[in-house]
Design a protein around this ligand. Structure first.
Ligand code: CA
Length: 221
């Protein structure tokens, strides 16, 4: 999962980003509305956390502009504005969720996970593909009910493949959802991560379509 965090309070942004990264997400930061607008239109985020009070272009204008340009990414507004009128304006501008400051980091995480899961068409927090199960709220993966230890990047790759089973995911798409903006997007290291996942979950589980990408399958052969 890759998140765009739009927040102009530097310390809060750093704290939230650290927590989300520790929870397995890739996080890009924007401190100004205009930067958020640019990033949200050029990078395929799984969700956007949007502050309303921003220097220059405010969060509500960012959201309205994005929705006007058919950017459908899930948006959670995170703001100190707790009046009903502000909440209503947020939802009417196209927000998917609204959380007021002060807030618990864990609640933000749970809400984001639910948004991303639902956007991918899943209602249950646990996703099962054949003998593989992934609890999307804890990141715990099991094979035949036995826990499997994963690195942060392995978990991100597995999560993305589990959210989109049966579909061939191109290397470009996969790397766009697991790496942050300033990280090297290297297909060779992606191949290494996938081969480690194959060792842990079975060689045939993750198919490679030559030149196309990867597909998680529940076929047993
Ligand atoms: Ca602010």
């Amino acid at each position: 999962m890759r998140i765009l965090l739009v927040e102009d309070e530097v310390r809060l942004a750093a704290e939230v980003a650290r927590f989300l990264r520790d929870s397995g997400m890739a996080v890009d930061l924007a401190a100004e509305g205009i930067d958020a607008l640019h990033l949200a239109q050029t990078e395929p985020y799984d969700a956007i956390v949007l502050d309303l009070g921003l220097p220059g272009m405010d969060g509500l204008s960012v959201l309205k502009t994005l929705r006007g340009r058919s950017v459908n990414t899930a948006v959670l507004i995170l703001t100190a504005r707790d009046r009903f009128a502000d909440k209503a304006a947020g939802f009417r501008a196209g927000a998917d969720d609204y959380l007021t400051k002060p807030f618990q980091l864990e609640e933000l995480l749970l809400r984001l996970q639910a948004l991303v899961r639902r956007a991918a068409g899943h209602a249950r927090p646990e996703i099962r593909i054949g003998p593989i199960a992934l609890d999307t709220t804890t990141g715990v993966a099991t094979l035949d009910e036995m826990p499997v230890r994963l690195t942060a990047l392995e978990r991100r790759v597995l999560t993305y493949l589990m959210l989109h089973p049966g579909r061939t995911i191109s290397r470009t798409e996969l790397s766009e959802h697991i790496y942050e903006n300033d990280q090297d997007r290297d297909f060779n290291s992606l191949e290494v991560i996938v081969s480690r996942l194959r060792k842990k979950f079975g060689r045939t589980r993750i198919e490679t379509s030559r030149g196309e990408g990867y597909r998680l399958t529940d076929e047993t052969t």
